[in-house]
Design a protein around this ligand. Structure first.
Ligand code: BV8
Length: 243
């Protein structure tokens, strides 16, 4: 495949919690995952926040603390995707369900956080967003409007609209390669992206995961194993010989 051809071939990569597992961040639905320790209805829904804002703030504060710990670093999977963005002549977009910042810290620049970002908060009153690396307290006053009952994590909860969906669908519809990495395929609309690509794009589809996801049968190809192994291997292959 010539470089000219490649420059016309865009790649969309969906990532989930599995790509950050070997960096030390828990997944959600593995046996020891986050949802085995806390109910998603209590901490990842607007109703849960309404019922007990302190519990929800504590849930995200502890994850923000963990992400800031020095031993939570990008792994070879994140680094391979940063290399792909650098060396592939066409567009490469990472659409991540993750709210950590490991893709950016690995060097990826074109990253879309469809479920929000742990290190950002927003005011439910004035909608301003703020970088935030410390605890967010229930009665925190908004730095912009001063209201003290609106500050929340800038995170998409169940029942809320994921971010930048129009942009995501537009990139899916014109991509030449769709990669899904480290996601169980349980949460929509992300879990439906592979079907959307198959319906609307002339694209190759591949799943790179520890084990078959709920959507495994929708992919033309699959590579199973830890992300730190299968992602660098696949990136090397497509840079060398395409897909
Ligand atoms: C929406 C917050 C409308 C951030 C998350 C009733 C009412 C309302 C909505 C619904 C409803 N019923 C269903 C829905 C839709 C709902 C949904 O899908 N529910 C599910 C449970 C059935 N979705 C929503 O509500 C979404 N909004 O639908 O709005 C709409 C519809 C269409 C178009 C526009 C709008 C909002 C969903 C977002 C919810 N927020 N989290 C946070 O706290 O982090 S979801 C949560 O799950 C995280 O974001 C997470 O990223 C996401 C997906 O999980 P995964 O990343 O896949 O993680 P998981 O643990 O499941 O899997 C990890 C995988 O990695 C496994 O396969 C494992 O094998 C693998 N793995 C493990 N180790 C490794 C590995 N792979 C490689 N290497 C390893 N080492």
């Amino acid at each position: 495949m010539s470089n000219t051809d490649r420059s016309k071939q865009s790649i969309v990569i969906l990532t989930g919690a599995g790509i950050s597992k070997e960096s030390g961040l828990d997944t959600f639905r593995d046996a020891d995952g986050i949802w085995s320790k806390v109910r998603l209805e209590d901490v990842a829904t607007p109703e849960g926040f309404e019922r007990n804002p302190r519990m929800v703030q504590d849930f995200y504060n502890s994850r923000r603390h963990q992400l800031a710990e020095s031993d939570i670093l990008p792994n070879a999977g994140h680094e391979a995707l940063a290399r792909l963005e650098k060396e592939w002549p066409g567009d490469v977009l990472i659409v991540t369900q993750n709210i950590d910042n490991l893709h950016e810290r690995a060097g990826s620049r074109n990253v879309l956080h469809m479920h929000g970002e742990l290190l950002k908060v927003r005011c439910g009153r004035c909608s301003n967003q703020f970088q935030w690396v410390t605890d967010l307290h229930v009665e925190e006053a908004c730095p912009a409007c001063g209201e003290t009952d609106g500050m929340r994590p800038h995170v998409v909860w169940f029942g809320e609209m994921p971010l930048e969906m129009d942009r995501i669908y537009a990139t899916l519809e014109r991509c030449a390669l769709f990669m899904s990495i480290g996601t169980s395929g349980n949460v929509y609309p992300a879990a439906g992206f592979v079907s959307h690509v198959r319906q609307c794009a002339d694209a190759h589809t591949i799943e790179l995961n520890l084990e078959p996801s709920e959507g495994a049968t929708f992919f033309a190809q699959a590579l199973y194993g830890p992300a730190t192994e299968v992602v660098p291997t696949y990136v090397e292959k497509i840079l060398d010989a395409g897909w």
